[in-house]
Write a protein that binds this ligand. Structure first.
Ligand SMILES: Nc1ncnc2c1ncn2[C@@H]1O[C@H](COP(=O)(O)OP(=O)(O)O)[C@@H](O)[C@H]1O
Ligand SMILES: [Mg+2]
Length: 329
């Protein structure tokens, strides 16, 4: 039997989301195949072993982790999905599920994801890169030259509405839509509270769709495409987790050719960041033009039984437990 560590919680704003994902993973793992060790990281970065719902602090973390055969970091966001914990596993030589250091950190950082996708020729929305230094904001151009931020520089390049996001974020935390200059300024200041790197993007009006990617041995496969029917104007934190009116539609209500195109782009995006194991790749389809734009790649997507990632594979005949076996395998 394999000693499998399931790590969840974490220091990011997605601590509770990760806990939900992990509970689902643990519930659906084959207990005959795996000796499961539940490991919880608190919001403050303390590590605990969880046994029969009781938490006991782990004092010798290195020793504890080295005793496991493999770990599955079911962690979202900073400190879990951004390459830092993956770096620790590499140093300790502990096999782990999912993307490595580079893919995780590139996928987590929205500005750097854009730079890689641009290089790969994957269509994406126009954007402006803003940097905060203490309380001043700078605009960073294609040559990485910085100059003082003037709002006109953004409005010259992008049209309203725009989306403003902290570069390192997830679950829509810190993401705001701006429809005028006043809102744009506030949205930049808001995003600046979460990160020093800020991404301002042209908004796309249309459908929001997602495609799951899985590395199955040597093959990289893409699922079908699912559509988000958000209960709010955009897929905010509440719309994602607190509003049952938000629905998903699998497969998406789009033409077959578009599903095929998105599946290809999803695999391309996965390869472009040097992905391993799994990722969920998110896209927009513009209403007016039917054009496809990539939005982002999530290297550790939501993993509850009703999350988009496992549901997309379930639709194409790979069950939740099978998916877990493949990932751990
Ligand atoms: N350029 C955009 N056009 C339209 N909607 C957007 C755009 N960027 C983000 N959104 C909306 O905001 C949500 C969160 O943004 P996203 O970039 O996916 O961040 P997160 O990593 O937090 O999920 C998206 O699911 C979508 O509903
Ligand atoms: Mg998203």
């Amino acid at each position: 039997m394999k000693k499998l560590g399931i790590i969840y919680g974490g220091i990011s704003t997605e601590n509770e989301v990760s806990e939900m994902s992990a509970k689902s993973v643990i519930e659906n793992l084959d207990k005959e195949k795996y000796e499961i060790h539940e490991i919880y990281i608190s919001k403050y970065g303390k590590w605990y072993e969880v046994k029969e719902n009781k938490k006991e602090e782990i004092y010798n973390l290195i020793w504890y982790l080295k005793d496991l055969d493999i770990v599955f970091p079911v962690l979202h966001g900073i400190g879990g999905e951004d390459g830092t914990i993956q770096g620790m596993f590499e140093m300790l030589q502990i096999p782990y599920v999912g993307c490595g250091v580079l893919a995780s950190s590139v996928g987590m950082d929205k500005v750097y994801t854009k730079i890689i996708f641009e290089k790969a020729g994957i269509p994406q929305t126009k954007y402006v890169y803003v940097k905060r230094e203490n309380n001043t904001y700078k605009i960073v151009d294609e040559n990485f030259d910085e100059e003082e931020l003037k709002i006109e520089k953004i409005t010259k390049k992008l049209k309203f509405p725009m989306f403003v996001k902290p570069s390192n974020s997830g679950s829509s935390v810190g993401v705001k839509k701006a429809t005028n200059v006043e809102e744009l300024k506030l949205a930049i200041e808001n995003a600046g509270q979460y990160d020093t790197k800020i991404l301002v993007e042209q908004a796309i009006e249309g459908k929001e769709v997602e495609c799951a990617v899985l590395q199955d041995g040597k093959n990289i496969i893409a699922s079908t495409v699912g559509e988000i029917m958000s209960a709010e104007e955009f897929y905010s934190f509440d719309a994602k987790y607190n509003m049952p009116e938000s629905k998903t539609l699998i497969p998406a209500n789009i033409k077959n050719e578009q599903i095929e195109e998105i599946r290809k782009l999803a695999i391309k995006a996965f390869k472009a960041i040097d992905g391993k194991g799994l990722s969920r790749v998110d896209f927009f389809i513009e209403k007016e033009t039917n054009k496809i734009y990539i939005n982002e790649i999530n290297t550790m997507p939501g993993f509850t039984k009703i999350s988009m990632y496992p549901k997309l594979f379930e639709k194409v005949g790979i069950s939740y437990s099978e998916l877990l076996d493949k990932l751990i395998g």
